[in-house]
Design a binder for this molecule. Sequence first.
Ligand SMILES: *Cc1c(COP(=O)(O)O)cnc(C)c1O
Length: 356
Amino acid sequence: MLQDTINIKVNTTTKSRISEVNWEDLPFGKVFADHMLLMEYKDGQWQDAEIVPFGEIGFHPATSAIHYGQSIFEGLKAYKNQDGEVRIFRPDMNAKRFIESCERMCMPIIPEQLFVECVRKLVEVDQNWIPDREGYSLYIRPFMFATDEFVGIRPSETYKFMIFTCPVGSYYSEPVRVKIEETYTRAAEGGVGRAKAAGNYGASLFPARKGQAEGFHQMLWTDAKTHEYIEESGTMNVMFVINGKLVTPSEESDTILRGITKRSVIDVAKHWGMEVEERKVSVKEIVEGIRNGSVTECFGAGTAATIAHIIKMGYRDEVLDLNPVENRPFSMKMSQYLDDLKAGKEQDVFGWTLKV
Ligand SMILES: *Cc1c(COP(=O)(O)O)cnc(C)c1O
């Protein structure tokens, strides 16, 4: 049965921690707002959701998510404009992607409207936690995991859906260095790369640590079969400007996460009249293009950073230098445009923001 409406009970804290926050130093993902949302799935349906004071939850040692990995998440942001208005960027897209992740991982779906309402309500309750400073926002983390207390491999019959939020500053202050990875793999065809499944990230840590030891921030993953084609980065999709066209690996294979930031960049670029190509992008094309100057811009697109300029690219024993950031008119303009749109300084002609 699909449930579209549900009661969200609100039990607010009597002791807000907001006065303890050091807004000058806000490490990403370490400061948590006062409340969280909890919703349980049992007896074949979602039970009423509850917003409660943020805090620990207990676990039975046989909780199946811990053993067998039915665990998925989302990430999105809410912004406050100068007039104090709060807006969430494209929560419907996260709701749709969450449904895809649920289906791939054999987990019960949450209907789009219900997911969006849970996000909206929690943001409303903790809206004081959204800094109205430039570049600041409230990072929202919805997630779901299997809770059957049972040892054995089968889809769980019970789940917890939760959301918490974190006030954050800008994610990457500096341009990033990535390394083209030709040995390890993020996702293989037929696997779960398209789902925002927890295990994908656990599996990436070992190669990422090797790359970090060599001075890179993140991997640039290639296809599992041949390692000849570029796929995406750790938590960002990768985009290029090549001979004046916006180019990005296509999502036809099920190995690439369907990023909302990337989709937004594509839509805005088309709106601006730029030619966009979603296709296979080979390592060879990029390496040669950086050398001969046809690749003029390269960036990661993701909720955390919006646009993260890629400044160096490791390829085998070489480190390729890309154009200085000030010589990247497209990505600088896009970054500013999306920031302004989210901050409410730019008119939302696409209807992408949800007012809380
Ligand atoms: C979340 C994520 C992205 C970016 O998606 P957005 O919706 O733009 O935040 C890209 N790649 C991977 C692997 C991700 O997990």
